[in-house]
Design a protein around this ligand. Structure first.
Ligand code: B12
Ligand code: SF4
Length: 496
């Protein structure tokens, strides 16, 4: 079958970076293994209109990914495709996993895959292919006809039959053996077109950088985190399996830096230790690697971090979130401030660079609690402090709290970005003005100190990404007018 997987066009208002989509890379890999002819069409780097491509390729199945700020663009893309070609369209990704009905009710969306996608996507492909065999001519209407019951027992799927009825099948169990998955199909991306091969902190040393996912899920449930789309059960690949992909990235693809994208890579310390030993024994530790997302502070002993450093780890991140002990309790992070202090101390003592993630404007915050967060950031003094304004994503507990007790200041999914320096909600006495003021203060107080300025300008990364760094600094330190150019351009392509 011919299948196409699409990343709808969406870039952050401030950001011009583009990164290959790891979720699509995995889906493409399992499709290829199934024997499909697969195209990844990433609208962020393609220069031809999607309709032209679809008319030429004439796929049998289309998959579109969607996080929250991307979902409207996913709908526009689906509609544009249906205008030129009759094909079943499947949406997947974090946003639609939480609100599947919202998307499947659109006339141009046939199915929504909830959560982890590989097994459901292959199941859908098998069913579409089996259906196609009996059809002289294909029509989505027939495929989705209620009498045909093609998707009746396809777990993890929400779909619409052609009578307009929405069906919400049971959840699919998480993939039990992650080692059974093929490696992400990077060869299907136009790699030379991406500004960054790995998100977040690419070009740490001006290097060719790749991502790797060594585990999935997270057993914690912090109130602000959209992690809920993946199964609660944390699962990991075996160290040997990870090693083989690591070798492939270094030897075959020329990776000079690797970003580990796991949500919580250190849930099983023993596994990380084994991986570290394998990297050292196999002489792969000359390639620096970083934890892009936070690892758990309560499982970051000095011994573990020292071993990981020996295995090539260069930079470690911790989700600190807040400097107020009561707020820390309220967000269910299940860690205390002393443990966080110790984790930073351990990391610094073994010579690792550190990143701290902080949130400004959690429910219940006051000027004083936000100031405590800023003070805590200064006390921990990571190389990079990343402050985000609390953005309540659907599916999170914070979203429910704001829905019940607060006031949303946005009603458009496209505004659900936290890079934009605008408060997204108000709750009690916590006004937008206060949160925005404290957010700017956080960056000013943290970065406009001699230590951080000196440390930043000393890094190669700072000079390599100078225009972007200056843009971000200007936007962060000085109040700005919202950029509407990209929004207007996208809307001009067709309002939803
Ligand atoms: C790396 C990353 C980024 C990178 C790269 C994103 C990319 N191109 O992939 C960068 C830094 C650019 C980024 C940006 C943002 N991100 Co981000 N990001 C992640 C992170 C840490 C890992 C993503 C990943 O690779 N996961 C592993 C792969 C295997 O999973 P996956 O992509 O979800 O795909 C699987 C399923 O979702 C599903 N699936 C996905 N698409 C499809 C499509 C079909 C057809 C099917 C069948 C299935 C399917 O199947 C896949 C395989 O199992 C996740 C956290 C997480 N654990 O996922 C957050 C996460 C996805 N990001 C999030 C957010 C909020 C953002 C931003 C909006 C933040 C902001 N700055 O405002 C921006 C949006 C930018 C944009 N342009 O869209 C949220 C999404 C919440 C939501 N409701 O949308 C997450 C879940 C983090 C969190 N815990 O809150 N992000
Ligand atoms: S913030 Fe980190 S620890 Fe908390 S639920 Fe999300 S991924 Fe897990």
């Amino acid at each position: 079958m011919r299948v196409v997987l699409i990343n709808p066009r969406f870039r952050l208002p401030i950001d011009t970076r583009t990164t290959p989509h790891l979720g699509l890379a995995y889906l493409a890999a399992v499709s290829e293994r199934r024997g499909d002819e697969v195209v990844i069409f990433d609208c962020d780097v393609e220069d031809r209109p999607i309709q032209d491509f679809i008319q030429e390729f004439r796929p049998h199945l289309v998959g579109i990914t969607a996080n929250t700020p991307q979902v409207k663009q996913a709908w526009r893309t689906a509609r544009a495709i249906k205008e030129v070609h009759d094909v079943p369209i499947v949406l997947g990704g974090p946003h639609v996993s939480v609100l599947p009905e919202e998307s499947v009710e659109k006339p141009y969306v046939d199915m929504v895959v909830r959560g982890e996608g590989e097994d459901v996507w292959i199941d859908i492909s098998n069913r579409v292919e089996a259906f196609l065999k009996d059809q002289p001519t294909f029509s989505t209407q027939a495929l989705m006809h209620p009498e045909n019951e093609v998707f009746k027992d396809c777990l993890g799927l929400t779909y619409k039959t052609s009578d307009g009825q929405v069906h919400h099948n049971m959840d699919r169990p998480p993939i039990a053996d992650l080692d059974s998955l093929p490696w992400p199909a990077y060869h299907l991306f136009k790699m030379e077109r991406y500004t960054n091969l790995q998100p977040a902190t690419d070009h740490v040393d001006g290097a060719r950088s790749f991502s790797i996912l060594t585990s999935r899920g997270c057993p914690y449930r912090c109130t602000f985190c959209s992690q809920s789309i993946m199964p609660i059960k944390w699962r990991s690949r075996s160290p040997e399996n990870v090693l083989e992909e690591w070798r492939h990235l270094v030897v075959d693809l020329g990776a000079e830096e690797i970003g580990v994208l796991d949500d919580s890579a250190n849930i099983r310390v023993k596994r990380l230790e084994q991986l570290a030993h394998l990297l050292i024994e196999n002489r792969l530790n000359h390639v620096p690697w970083i934890f892009v997302n936070g690892i758990r502070a309560n499982l970051a002993s000095k011994e573990l971090l020292a071993l990981l450093k020996q295995a090539g780890l260069k930079r470690v991140a911790f989700g600190v979130e807040t400097g107020d002990p009561d707020i820390l309790l309220s967000i269910d992070k299940k860690v205390d401030m002393d443990t966080i202090r110790q984790a930073f101390k351990n990391a610094k003592e073994v010579g690792l660079e550190t990143i701290g993630f902080f949130i400004i404007g959690l429910p219940g915050e006051t000027r004083e609690t936000m100031q405590r967060t800023i003070d805590f950031a200064i006390e921990l003094d990571p190389l990079i402090a990343n402050f985000s304004m609390m953005t309540p994503y659907p599916g999170t507990k914070v979203y429910e709290i704001v829905k019940r007790q607060g006031r949303f200041l946005i009603n458009d999914w496209e505004d659900y970005v936290f890079f934009d320096q605008k408060a997204r909600y108000e709750l009690g006495d916590m006004t937008a003005e206060l949160v925005e003021e404290m957010y700017r203060k956080a960056y000013r107080q943290f970065y406009l100190r001699p230590g951080p300025i000196w440390r930043r300008v000393k890094t190669k990364d700072f000079w390599l990404n100078l225009p972007r760094n200056v843009r971000i600094a200007l936007r962060t330190f000085f109040p700005h007018k919202e950029k509407t150019g990209l929004r207007k351009q996208i809307e001009a392509e067709g309002a939803i």
